[in-house]
Design a protein around this ligand. Structure first.
Ligand SMILES: *[C@@H]1O[C@H](CO)[C@@H](O)[C@H](O)[C@H]1NC(C)=O
Ligand SMILES: *[C@@H]1O[C@H](CO)[C@@H](O)[C@H](O)[C@H]1NC(C)=O
Length: 344
């Protein structure tokens, strides 16, 4: 069931499908891992000494072309938000990246599979058009998409060539990296930290804020394998989990699975099977509608001069039958993962 809101000003509708091609580049300065719990800090500083699968996966653009065809597009409608305000989370990421907050356009986007909208903040000079952004976001399976509270799209590349990063449940993307492949990686971070929390808690041996990928269960899956899926996965177990997720989605939707891309896939199959076993039903819920929404309770922030009659916008999610979870404010500082942009 879908409730379209009363549509007032500018509307964007999705129509034809263009495939988002990716170049390189992207992202922020001045973030640190200081707030991580000591276990996570150690885990993230530890490289994975495993080879890459052989033969390796083809270029990311091959995956992107296929995912763009294979993931079901969802219809959407978006409402332009009041120009004098930014969602607080978007302001935070404007500041982190030293971007003038008045340069963001905000839209609240309703997809046909969820009664609650997504706030999307796009820099006016962003390389990706609204249409590309929303068409691509609409192909992210709802069981993943529902765990992002905000999407932020920037116009300037990150000095260290990040493609995207996630903090808490906010995904920030740099130019050229708004691709399904990059999004599968970033959403996998959120699933790792938020959705798999019960598995981490069950083990009763890790401090709060520990991701599933930092537990001995994920270590066991890696231990059973001879390789990791990509070079970037060797960064640490957290990035490994997210790149496993990126290719596990292809395994689930590509005809014949990832074996069609390389016979090297068997080198990381235990990791891929763990990801699929724990998350497949969550990512692709039977009814294909959202069951929960990541949600931020903070008030929108006024920026610049307000126009006469600009009412303070409603930052609240509405929609009955929907469970929401509120992202603890600390999470937005504690959790931070970047992803390189080269080859998006
Ligand atoms: C790892 O291999 C062992 C021995 O074959 C098996 O019992 C276990 O379930 C495997 N674990 C994972 C996570 O793949
Ligand atoms: C704002 O959100 C509240 C809380 O759900 C809702 O009752 C109200 O109708 C919303 N107002 C507007 C103008 O959308």
């Amino acid at each position: 069931m879908l409730l379209f809101p009363l549509l007032s000003t500018a509307l964007l509708f999705s129509t034809s499908i263009t495939s988002a091609l990716a170049l390189a580049l992207p992202a922020p300065r001045g973030l640190s891992a200081e707030n991580l719990n000591p276990h996570m800090a150690e885990v993230r500083a530890t490289r994975l000494e495993k080879p890459i699968i052989s033969p390796p996966f083809p270029d990311n653009r091959v995956q992107e072309k296929d995912l763009q065809k294979e993931l079901k597009p969802k219809r959407w409608v978006s409402m332009k938000w009041h120009s004098g305000y930014l969602p607080r989370m978007c302001l935070q990421h404007a500041e982190i990246n030293h971007v003038d907050p008045s340069k963001f356009e905000v839209r609240y986007v309703y997809f046909e599979d969820c009664v609650a909208p997504w706030p999307v903040c796009r820099h006016v000079n962003a390389k990706e058009s609204w249409r590309t952004i929303l068409q691509t976001l609409g192909k992210v399976p709802v069981g993943m998409r529902q765990y992002a509270s905000h999407i932020v799209i920037l116009a300037e590349p990150h000095p260290e060539h990040w493609g995207a990063y996630v903090m808490g449940t906010v995904i920030t993307v740099f130019p050229g990296s708004f691709t399904l492949g990059v999004l599968m990686h970033e959403f996998s971070h959120i699933l790792d930290l938020v959705v798999l929390q019960p598995y981490v808690a069950d083990l009763k041996e890790y401090p709060p804020g520990t991701s599933f990928s930092a537990t001995r269960q994920w270590a066991e899956a890696i231990g059973n394998d001879t390789a990791v899926p990509t070079d970037y996965a060797r960064t640490n177990v957290v990035e490994d989990f997210a790149d496993v997720g990126r290719w596990a989605i292809s395994d689930l939707v590509h005809r014949g699975g990832v074996g069609k891309y390389t016979r090297g896939w068997v080198g990381f199959k235990h990791q891929m099977y763990v990801y699929e076993r724990l998350l497949c039903n969550i990512i692709f819920p039977k009814k294909e509608v959202c069951t929960i929404r990541a949600y931020d309770t903070s008030d929108p922030v006024a920026i610049g001069e307000l126009q006469d009659g600009d009412a303070k916008p409603n930052g609240t999610l509405h929609g009955t039958m929907l469970n929401t979870f509120v992202v603890p404010p600390e999470a937005n500082e504690r959790i931070h993962m970047c992803y390189p942009g080269s080859g998006a």
